[in-house]
Design a protein around this ligand. Structure first.
Ligand SMILES: NC(=O)c1ccc[n+]([C@@H]2O[C@H](COP(=O)([O-])OP(=O)(O)OC[C@H]3O[C@@H](n4cnc5c(N)ncnc54)[C@H](OP(=O)(O)O)[C@@H]3O)[C@@H](O)[C@H]2O)c1
Length: 289
């Protein structure tokens, strides 16, 4: 059921990180894949590694004409479109509300929300004619849990999760499933790019992010290991495949448990503080049991 044999997928932001790994997994499971992103050399290298089953198209997802050309390319090259994974994205810097730059906000919305809508617009036309398809919008735990990332990014991801549900309600009767996929902290070059590192250099060194995530994972995640691109690619495989034929309008969270609550490792010390304080305050009247 997890096979993608005979299916064609478009993955945006597939020149690196989660998108590049998902392209590898999809091809290994039998799909033909269009790799979309802005960096020509890197995108062509990713596609070359995957052989005839992959094709790169230079795409800026914030440009509607590029998004249309990307979907057209999938149909011209491989004859159909079964899955669109709207994955392109860039990191989230924290800016205080009093200091926000509305042009930067627009730029984040253009990539994380407007591009998702544009992708769905052109993919839905093809999928509706076929009578089936799966759209996967990569969101984030920031989209439903506040305080982790920057305001622009969090708001854009929240809107993309809700837009996913809205689209799912409309497109279900045409046989098109629409789901979002929300990663937690995943070791990619995205973090280093966000801190100003040159993109290719950042993508070649996910270990920087791995070390940084490792330093907080114990307090943030009940699962004590660092999330990898493959963790997200496997979830995307499920959503792209017929194994998820009855799943739509869902936000699949793959975050090591970050969003489920407070890990015991974080709570243990606070609990000891709470009960210690309680005992000290209530000592005079506390009855020993
Ligand atoms: N890593 C995490 O912890 C994490 C957590 C939650 C959500 N996410 C989401 O996961 C997705 C993938 O991120 P990642 O961690 O894999 O980072 P990444 O390796 O930096 O991947 C981002 C991809 O998006 C592409 N991209 C950026 N702007 C674009 C544009 N305007 N047009 C076309 N492509 C564009 C980049 O390619 P080019 O530079 O070649 O254009 C790159 O391939 C993003 O949506 C991100 O928000 C990541």
């Amino acid at each position: 059921m997890l096979s993608l044999e005979g299916k064609v997928a478009v993955i945006t932001g597939a020149t690196s990180g989660i998108g590049a790994r998902t392209a590898e997994v999809f091809v290994a499971e039998g799909a033909k894949v269009v790799i979309a992103g802005r960096r020509q050399e890197r995108g062509e290298a990713v596609a070359r590694k995957l052989g005839d089953a992959a094709s790169f198209i230079s795409t800026d997802v914030s440009v509607e004409a590029d998004v249309k050309a990307m979907i057209d390319h999938a149909v011209d090259r491989f004859g159909r479109l079964d899955c669109l994974m709207n994955n392109a994205g860039k990191g989230s810097q924290f800016t205080a509300i009093a200091d926000v730059d509305l042009e930067q906000f627009d730029a984040v919305i253009a990539v994380h929300l407007r591009a998702v809508l544009a992708g769905m617009k052109y993919a839905a036309r093809v999928m509706a004619e076929q009578g089936n398809g799966s759209i996967i919008n990569v969101a984030s735990v920031n989209g439903f849990r506040a305080g982790l990332g920057g305001h622009y990014y969090a708001a854009a991801k929240a809107a993309s999760i809700h837009l996913t549900r809205c689209a799912a309600m409309e497109l279900g009767e045409k046989g098109i499933r629409v789901n979002s996929l929300s990663p937690g902290m995943i070791a990619t070059g995205g973090f280093a790019k966000n801190m100003g590192m040159q993109p290719d250099e950042a993508d070649d060194h996910p270990e920087y992010a791995e070390a940084a995530i490792g330093s907080v994972a114990a307090r943030w995640q009940p699962l004590q290991y660092v999330g990898r691109t493959d963790d997200i690619a496997q979830a995307a495989l499920f959503l792209a495949s017929d194994a998820s034929r009855f799943v739509t309008g869902h936000n699949l969270v793959v975050d090591g448990g970050i969003s489920a609550g407070w890990p015991i490792a974080a709570v243990r010390t606070d609990r000891e503080m709470f009960f210690g304080q309680f005992r000290r305050a209530a000592q005079p009247v506390l009855v020993e049991r």
